[in-house]
Design a protein around this ligand. Structure first.
Ligand code: SF4
Length: 220
């Protein structure tokens, strides 16, 4: 399968500058304490942002650090997670994760992607988000929005987010990596939709988009 990239870095920068202007103030990277970033990122999996914030605050009020979470009662944590999808899976995983952090990492969140990927329930998207938001590292956090939009743009030709992450590393300037997820998340929610046709006629980056140009041509 061709997972190569098909766009120049200058064009990537130009498009992302337009997205940054379009979603000004809604695409910034906010750094946080590693424990909170890790736990809230797990809570956010398949869960809306408003719910994630409310549930995370509830969990942190009861379990403010790794030691507290490692000693948590699973049923109590399950109840606190109400509003987060798949809480029956997340509750035992969060406790198991905290125990591993206690035993293997002296109660700290590791700043290494391989170590993060060994934790229960942590995939590449979550691990990269933790590296970005907890440790200010250069990483690309590819979610379904970013995977979809970069394929529609024609920047990559990939079939899953991991392939997209690797392909984007070759064309996206490194200084744009960390903030890219927030921009594409905003664009995916507002215009480049998933459950309905993308709103290409309202899209500020349509001139640079393969899909947008193809659908425009098909109408004439
Ligand atoms: S032109 Fe259409 S497909 Fe391309 S990024 Fe914009 S909304 Fe998405």
């Amino acid at each position: 399968m061709d997972t190569g990239t098909v766009v120049a870095a200058e064009q990537v920068r130009q498009v992302m500058e337009i997205l940054a202007i379009t979603y000004r103030g809604r695409g910034s990277v906010e750094l946080g304490e590693p424990y909170r970033v890790l736990v809230s990122t797990v809570i956010s999996q398949r869960t809306r942002e408003e719910q994630t914030t409310a549930v995370s605050e509830r969990v942190f009020a009861q379990y403010p650090d790794i030691d507290a979470l490692a000693a948590a009662d699973e049923q109590h944590l399950y109840r606190l997670l109400a509003g987060s999808e798949y809480r029956e899976v997340k509750a035992p995983r969060l406790i198991a994760m905290a125990k591993i952090l206690q035993q293997k990492y002296a109660g700290r969140v590791p700043d290494d992607i391989d170590a993060l990927l060994e934790l229960p329930g942590i995939g590449r998207k979550t691990a990269n988000c933790v590296l970005i938001y907890a440790f200010n590292r250069e990483a690309i956090c590819v979610d379904t929005h970013m995977h979809k939009i970069t394929n529609r743009l024609g920047w990559v030709r990939t079939s899953n987010p991991t392939q997209t992450e690797i392909a984007l590393q070759k064309v996206m300037p490194r200084d744009l990596w960390a903030g890219s997820n927030r921009l594409f998340l905003q664009h995916g929610r507002a215009i480049c939709l998933s459950g309905a046709p993308p709103l290409c006629s309202r899209c500020p980056i349509r001139p640079w988009c393969d899909y947008g140009q193809a659908t425009r041509a098909a109408r004439y």
